[in-house]
Write a protein that binds this ligand. Structure first.
Ligand SMILES: Cc1cc2nc3c(=O)[nH]c(=O)nc-3n(C[C@H](O)[C@H](O)[C@H](O)COP(=O)(O)OP(=O)(O)OC[C@H]3O[C@@H](n4cnc5c(N)ncnc54)[C@H](O)[C@@H]3O)c2cc1C
Length: 486
């Protein structure tokens, strides 16, 4: 790979990948550097997956502006990129009269921001929309939506790649020097140079800023833990269900979030922690989550949980701060564009943030549209979503569709092969899981992991000891103890 670029983007989260796709509309030489072995391994793969309608954000802020714009354009982006997006609507539920001022504040705020169709509804209407939910009033937002956050991130990256953007995975930025207007970016993978650097390193955006001498930002990691419910419980709710959050909770309160794949997530909690990498779960928070979620939806039982996970908010304010911080999106000095504090609604806002970044560059550099830009990307065929006659036809044409590898999610051998054969060349068990959902069901990979490993050996023949969960340092095997029967 030639190492001299017009633009270097640091970070393969949803924001970096949206920026990469936006730049790929132009005839420009750009690269995205990501320290992990795949995109979406940071916060972008660890969130609620909600396209917020924009009523939580303080009017006039960049958060509000990019939220509203992102929410407006996301459905089209998802259609172009074959990413599931469902406008299921949201209820913010007040259990007592004391919650009503909060609902009214959200409605006022939303209307000022430009959120459409907000309505405060009564108990009877709540029961009509959500028979299992208890509350006396709710803010109803029919345009709030859900999407798959890792599919969106992967799809943005794949589409950018197809349109000429370069990606260098397993590439960690260690230092940046400004040499007479050219940036020299040092990584574990050698040196890269560019005229512009975009810092979209999420939880590490302050560390990257420090590399160019900017020490004004500090990220305060705030962990949000979740439980995931088995798909057998998908009928319990039809909408996103949020509570009136406890005062000073630092988040939106423990909510019930249906996913586009038919699970319901409970969470997230909000807890300031010391380590940006600590995505572990704690027994206390898990118990509190369960209790709070059960208050909203009494039918939930502990046996319904299939997995827990956590994501970390990149907050620019410490615990107890009164005022929320806004997104930082700006050119700090000639050619260095900083994105810091991109916490929620960063997933929703990503396409709008990308446009702002491209506009900043356009002021300095002529960008010529690439007439060959193709906005469309096709994802892997989802066998389990096809009607029976189409499934039979696929199996006739390709017997790999007739072998189910992940029984819980009905994922076939061909889908696993397609996931392995991904355009970015990302090879790890989590890369496969994020692309085709093998291992995401009730048994959490207990049944399909050995079969996926077999396919990796057979089709792509890496040494079994080189197969990892999520890249370097996460090896799963020390080697074979007996010959592969195949
Ligand atoms: C619990 C929780 C729930 C949320 N729910 C929602 C929601 O429902 N809706 C919504 O709109 N938003 C939500 N968000 C916010 C949203 O997830 C984030 O705003 C968004 O994912 C941030 O994306 P990013 O690309 O900035 O960061 P990331 O996804 O963290 O990406 C940054 C990337 O930079 C890489 N990187 C870091 N340092 C280096 C380096 N030195 N060299 C190379 N690469 C590097 C990292 O590996 C990472 O891949 C939620 C966040 C959390 C924590």
């Amino acid at each position: 790979m030639d190492r001299n670029f017009d633009i270097i983007i640091i970070g393969g989260g949803v924001v970096g990948c949206a920026i990469a796709r936006e730049f790929s509309r132009y005839r420009i030489n750009a690269v995205l550097l990501e320290k992990e072995c795949d995109v979406a391994f940071g916060t972008s793969g660890r969130n609620s997956g909600v396209a917020h309608a924009g009523f939580y954000m303080v009017p006039g802020t960049l958060k509000a502006k990019t939220n509203i714009e992102g929410h407006r354009i996301l459905p089209g982006v998802c259609r172009e990129l074959d990413v599931p997006y469902e406008e299921i609507g949201k209820l913010v539920v007040a259990k007592g009269e004391d919650g009503i001022p909060y609902l009214e504040k959200l409605k006022r705020q939303g209307e000022e921001n430009g959120t459409r169709e907000l309505e405060i509804i009564d108990e009877e209407r709540i029961k009509e929309l959500e028979p299992g939910i208890q509350g006396i009033h709710a803010l109803y937002s029919p345009t709030s939506a859900i999407l798959c956050p890792f599919t969106l991130t992967i799809a943005l990256a794949e589409n950018a790649l197809e349109n000429g953007m370069k990606f260098s995975l397993n590439t960690e930025v260690k230092g940046i020097q400004d040499s007479n207007g050219t940036f020299i970016v040092n990584t574990n993978n050698g040196e890269f140079t560019s005229d512009f650097v975009v810092n979209s390193a999420g939880l590490y955006a302050d560390t990257i800023s420090e590399m160019v001498g900017i020490s004004t930002y500090k990220i305060y990691p705030c962990r949000g833990e979740y439980h995931i419910l088995d798909r057998s419980k998908s009928d319990l709710i039809n909408h996103l269900i949020y509570p009136v959050p406890p005062k000073d909770s630092g988040g939106l309160g423990v909510h019930l979030t249906p996913t586009v794949h038919g699970n319901i997530m409970l969470g997230p909690s909000a807890e300031y922690i010391g380590d940006v990498n600590d995505t572990g779960n704690s027994a206390e928070v898990m118990a509190t989550l369960f209790r709070e979620a059960k208050e909203l939806l009494p039918e939930i039982g502990r046996r319904d949980f299939i997995r827990s996970f956590a994501g970390i908010r990149a907050k620019l304010i410490s615990s107890g701060s009164e005022k929320p911080a806004d997104f930082i999106i700006k050119e700090e000095f000639d050619g260095f564009i900083n994105l810091v504090g991109i916490e929620s609604p960063g997933l929703t806002a990503a396409p709008a943030i990308a446009s702002i970044v491209v506009d900043i560059v356009k002021k300095k550099k002529d960008l010529e549209l690439d007439s060959k830009f193709n906005p469309r990307r096709k994802g892997i065929v989802k066998f389990n979503e096809l009607p029976a006659d189409k499934q039979a036809e696929l199996i006739r044409k390709n017997p790999n569709y007739g072998r189910v590898i992940c029984r819980c999610e009905t994922i076939t051998q061909q889908e696993v092969i397609d996931a392995l054969d991904n355009p970015l060349g990302a090879i790890s068990l989590n890369s496969i899981k994020n692309r085709c959902r093998a291992g995401m069901g009730r048994c959490q990979g207990g049944f399909c992991t050995p079969k996926i490993v077999e396919i990796m050996e057979e089709v792509f023949s890496p040494e079994v000891k080189d197969i990892t969960l999520k890249g370097d340092g996460s090896g799963l095997f020390t080697g074979r103890v007996k010959d592969n029967p195949k």
